[in-house]
Design a protein around this ligand. Sequence first.
Ligand code: NAD
Length: 346
Amino acid sequence: PDAEEIPTGSLREEYEHLVDEVRRHRTAYYQNDAPEISDAEYDALYRRLEDLEAMHPEIVANDSPTQEVGGEVSEAFAPVTHLARMYSLEDVFSVEELRTWYQRTAASIENIAPGTTPQWLAEVKIDGLAVNLLYREGRLVRAATRGDGTTGEDVTHNVMTIGDIPQQLSGSGWPEEMEVRGEVYISTADFRAFNEQRVEAGLAPFANPRNSAAGSLRQKDPAETAKRPLKMFVHGIGAHTGLDAQSQHATYELLASWGLPVSPYTSLLTALEGTATKPGILEYIEQYGQQRHGLVHEIDGIVVKVDSFALQRALGHTSRVPRWAAAYKYPPEEVHTKLLSIEVNV
Ligand code: NAD
């Protein structure tokens, strides 16, 4: 039905109900590390909110969840202001949506730098918890969760217990100051073994690796975090002084040379569609879709990024996401019906 056919009262009610639902599920997920619905159900709710706002821009609240980065900051931790803001990612849920994003981004790049053939990085989307590491002169001085993107939670002591994360960078030529962003996760194998131990000890097993990684990192007692099999892969940088790198992939090489854990699954590609000899982004998606459960950790999709930092800067950000990256989400493997109870009638 057309927008005009919906009585304003019921539209507003539906809208406020959806906003409340999204907020409630965000609190369960980010604050309590205990979601009540699956990610696919949450994504569907969120998409419905975005669609409703697109059809009725006049109802969009300034503090709508679509205008903010999702996390919250618990009072159990000291707040940390990130030097550079942390963002979320624009989600696409089909190859068609990815194609639209790709064509739009390629067209913007053509406007910014006519004649350039941009390179694209395809990465797996690690299903973990975003963490921001601050290094000064090669030394880890602070670590924080993403929180609302501006302010995160101070988890420095907990992060210091993670073996993958160097407290002192190796090699040489480190920048004076650098924020390194990445995902803390529990590997599939460690998760299985850890749960078996819990069951043997008469404890309830954890539901999934993502939430136990988040719960494990956000322990009040670092000694408790130290008992959990946490690992990390880095996938970006924030503020930096004295870092000489022109692209995302060159930065990964530098970070790896300093002993930081960089994902082995990343590919540098030149197009959405491959040729007989060169795979493209779509082939990458297909390949990792098939091996989805055979990687070291769980993934919830693929991230595509424009590689050049100059182009990233020129493309910029919205209040919530960079315009130079997108997250393709694989179709959900289980289907739930809970959403039916809050169908929005538009
Ligand atoms: P997002 O999952 O769309 O993506 C942003 C995050 O992806 C980044 O912050 C980053 O930490 C992470 N990431 C992983 N691998 C990456 C890589 N290679 N490169 C760059 N970033 C990478 O957005 P979000 O704001 O973190 O939250 C939404 C996610 O949380 C969705 O998957 C959603 O389903 C889930 N969620 C679920 C519930 C629930 O109730 N089940 C509630 C809230 C959110």
